[in-house]
Write a protein that binds this ligand. Structure first.
Ligand code: NAD
Length: 348
């Protein structure tokens, strides 16, 4: 049998601990050739570059990558290597399912998916220092020493992501697609996204609606059960998917897939949570769910289900849970102990 080949990027902060948990779960059922590489701060130390050629080559060679979170310096330093990786691999769709799990106390029963455009918007990385736009800003009576970021929206990328959302809805028997934007204020950029969404929606029989992002945030915390598939631009998708993670119990439980025409990268929605790094505190569930999404993507549904069921069972039983989802802080266990409980059920 051909051995599965997967690029493995543990990331930094809590990344290596939670990714290690996911690898153990996959290894318990499948023979995988993991191709280890680094990006971000560790890669700068080892190779002098945050996104080394080796990492990109490996991700392209294996086509599939399991990735831990990578820290992005705030306010300076290198640009997000996560964003760069998504661009380099053409991973235009970011799919983040959020579903209430038995054993997690939440006010609502949620089952929705955020599909986020992954390549443009204010994540274009095109920013200008103070003074560079003085002449144009003056015309608009804005402070001439403002820093400026470009929000880019194209009809090509907008149509592509909305089409992806409808195809996803069809394949997964979802009933409604909601396009989220702010076209009342950003008439040209978000207006283009909204217009593109309407055009694509005409091709499908699935129910379609639009919501302004501010109203969407309110609706999500008031009646999230009314929403099914949300499709939106990069920044709103980033924010709303963290909000939706909160609705189902927190960032420790939610995974995401970055999908392109040729390659795919599976990761947690959460970041590197540096304050918990190396402390055996982080919830491994999100990273394990990322591995579950990866296995489903490559047709290993049986193994994916076994791992997913094991995580759900451990959460439902409630005896081996990390601090973020434990019934009481005094009963919380560490990453390793929760992983061990999951592995025990996978191997049963
Ligand atoms: P974060 O998601 O790392 O953490 C926010 C908080 O959520 C943590 O303090 C913790 O309380 C909780 N949390 C997150 N993951 C958890 C887990 N597995 N178990 C238990 N609790 C968990 O967000 P942040 O602190 O804003 O970002 C830290 C760094 O991560 C930043 O540099 C950011 O750029 C980066 N980041 C990377 C990715 C990625 O690699 N895809 C995604 C998001 C953020």
């Amino acid at each position: 049998m051909v051995k599965l080949k997967v690029t493995l990027i543990p990331g930094d902060g809590i990344g290596p601990e939670v990714v290690n948990a996911a690898v153990q779960c996959v290894d318990a059922l499948l023979d995988v050739d993991w191709h280890y590489t680094e990006i971000g701060d560790q890669a700068i130390k080892d190779f002098g570059k945050e996104l080394p050629v080796k990492a990109l080559q490996l991700a392209k060679k294996t086509k599939i990558t399991l990735k831990g979170p990578v820290t992005t310096p705030i306010g300076g330093g290198f640009h997000s290597v996560n964003v760069k990786l998504r661009k380099e691999l053409g991973l235009y769709a970011n799919v983040r399912p959020c579903k209430t799990l038995q054993g997690i106390d939440t006010p609502y029963k949620v089952d929705l998916v955020v599909i986020r455009e992954n390549t443009e918007d204010s994540y274009s990385g095109i920013e200008f220092k103070q003074g560079k736009f003085a002449r144009i800003l003056r015309q608009y009576h804005m402070p001439t020493n403002s820093a400026v970021a470009l929000k880019t929206i194209s009809s090509k990328a907008s149509k592509r992501i909305v089409d992806y959302a409808f195809k996803y809805a069809k394949q997964n028997k979802r009933k409604k697609v909601t396009a989220v934007h702010k076209a009342n204020i950003l008439k040209i950029t978000d207006g283009l996204f909204a217009k593109s969404a309407r055009e694509v929606a005409k091709k499908y029989t699935i129910k379609f609606e639009e919501k302004l992002v501010d109203n969407m945030a309110m609706q999500l915390v008031k009646k999230p059960e009314e929403y099914d598939v949300l499709v939106t631009t990069n920044l709103y998708g980033d924010i709303l998917s963290d909000l939706c993670a909160g609705l189902v119990g927190g960032l420790g439980l939610v995974a995401g897939a970055n999908i392109g025409d040729r390659y795919a990268v599976f990761e947690t929605v959460h970041g590197s949570a540096p304050k918990y790094a190396g402390k055996n505190k982080a919830n491994p569930a999100a990273a394990i769910f990322a591995a579950v999404m990866m296995l489903n993507h490559i047709g290993k549904e049986k193994e994916a289900k076994k791992i997913e069921d094991a995580v759900k069972q451990v959460i439902k039983e409630g005896r081996h849970l990390t601090y973020d989802i434990a019934k009481s802080k005094s009963k919380a266990v560490g990453t390793k102990q929760m992983t061990a409980a999951i592995l025990k059920r996978i191997r049963k």
